[in-house]
Design a protein around this ligand. Structure first.
Ligand code: NAD
Length: 372
């Protein structure tokens, strides 16, 4: 795995930021491995990617860099893609499926886990079909498009005796592991306020893109991007929110964002009294995280994209290695499954369910006021 150090990146952008040591005690094994370049030569977890779109291509790179997982199969509805991927990744014919014959994967001993990278509205179906086929599952974010679907997926995986993991890559990223430590260990005292926002300008999106189709996306940027803000609030505070307020942002392109919101802004209150305020948008770019604690602060921007992340606390600049986030995530999950260990709750299906409960809470408010 290739690591670009924070220092070399920062030098490139000419900011002259100093170094910060990572405390080994808070780094999970796979992150240490990623930094030290150690190699594992045992059996790998054989993964079939289900859905071969944009993010599957990034995951394929992660699989190439992974020490514990390997790309062993594909599931696609497009024969041309099957041909291209087969050649590029030397995938045997018997490990290539389409959406109709997918259930035959139950008989394929060469596939251990299905990684569902389909539009959100298809996550439930393919997670449950994978579980019924006896395969472990990683499902991309958001886990599904409703709380009910998440519950059904967790139940199906439990009944089938397979593990269900979420594609939450930031749990394996050193800067975010540090954010979690600073917040949960109250290094600067209790965090009182978090501002976390994520948006991309998607106003040039193809009007036929599934992100605009509510049955496939479940919603707009809240499902796609805002979920990361909710995640960071929850893992930095180590608490679950107790109340929510929210407001839709007026649509600038109502003819495009017909079925889904164009933007939404919300606030969560946590049991400690911490307030988290966030905005997610499909009409402008924003990627930032700021936490104000009793005796200091910590912040990142960019904060949530694939990095490199730039940030600091009130004491020092961050200087963490830039890792392949997908490889680190795959290694973290793959190693535990290979060792027949249960996945920790913050990586398992229950975590996706908790985020979906917050998302449903935000959507339920429907505070639409005519502003113009
Ligand atoms: P994409 O549109 O690029 O790919 C979707 C794939 O699903 C395509 O290969 C498409 O052919 C296939 N598909 C099958 N049935 C379809 C249908 N009815 N309509 C549309 N496509 C259909 O999307 P993507 O960006 O790869 O996103 C896939 C999933 O990955 C989403 O859940 C998304 O939220 C998630 N994602 C996660 C990250 C991350 O950083 N963890 C980043 C991007 C996307």
């Amino acid at each position: 795995m290739k690591n670009v150090s924070r220092r070399s990146f920062v030098k490139k952008v000419g900011m002259g930021i100093g170094s910060t040591a990572i405390l080994p005690s808070i780094l999970p094994f796979h992150s240490v491995l990623a930094q030290q370049g150690n190699s594992y030569s045992g059996k790998k977890l054989n993964i079939a990617l289900c859905g071969l779109g944009r993010y599957a291509r990034i995951l394929a790179n992660g699989l190439e860099a992974s020490q514990y997982c390997k790309l062993a199969g594909i599931v696609t509805g497009t024969p041309e893609k099957a041909e291209t991927w087969k050649k590029k990744y030397a995938i045997p014919d018997e490990n290539i499926y389409d959406y109709d014959n997918f259930d035959d994967i139950a008989r394929n001993k060469d596939i251990d886990l299905v990684y569902v990278v389909l539009p959100n509205g298809m996550h439930k179906e393919f997670t449950i079909r994978s579980a019924k086929a006896g395969k472990h599952v990683i499902v991309e974010k958001p886990m599904a498009i409703s709380v009910k679907e998440c519950q059904e997926m967790i139940k199906a995986c439990k009944n089938a005796g397979v593990q269900l993991a979420l594609g939450y890559r930031l749990h394996y990223e050193p800067t975010h592991i540090e954010l979690k430590r600073l917040g949960q260990e109250k290094v600067f005292g209790q965090v009182r306020l978090i501002e976390a926002s994520l948006g991309f300008n998607m106003t040039n999106i193809d009007p036929n893109d599934w992100h605009l189709d509510k049955s496939l996306s479940g919603g707009g940027p809240l499902m796609n991007l805002g979920i990361y803000c909710i995640q960071s609030n929850r893992y930095v505070l180590g608490e679950e929110p107790i109340s929510v307020t929210a407001q839709y942002i007026p649509k600038t392109k109502p003819e495009l964002f017909v079925e889904v919101e164009e933007g939404i802004t919300w606030q969560l209150i946590f049991p400690s009294g911490a307030v988290c305020t966030s905005t997610t948008s499909s009409n402008c770019g924003v990627d930032r995280f700021y936490a104000a604690a009793e005796n200091g602060f910590f912040e990142l921007s960019p904060a949530i994209s694939y990095g490199p992340f730039i940030g600091r606390s009130s004491e020092k600049e961050f200087n963490f290695p830039v890792i392949n986030q997908q490889a680190a995530q795959l290694d973290g999950i793959g190693k535990l499954i290979l060792e027949n260990k249960n996945l920790p709750i913050h990586i398992a299906g229950e975590e996706g369910l908790k985020d979906m409960q917050v998302i449903e809470g935000i959507y339920k408010l429907k505070q639409v006021r005519k502003l113009y």
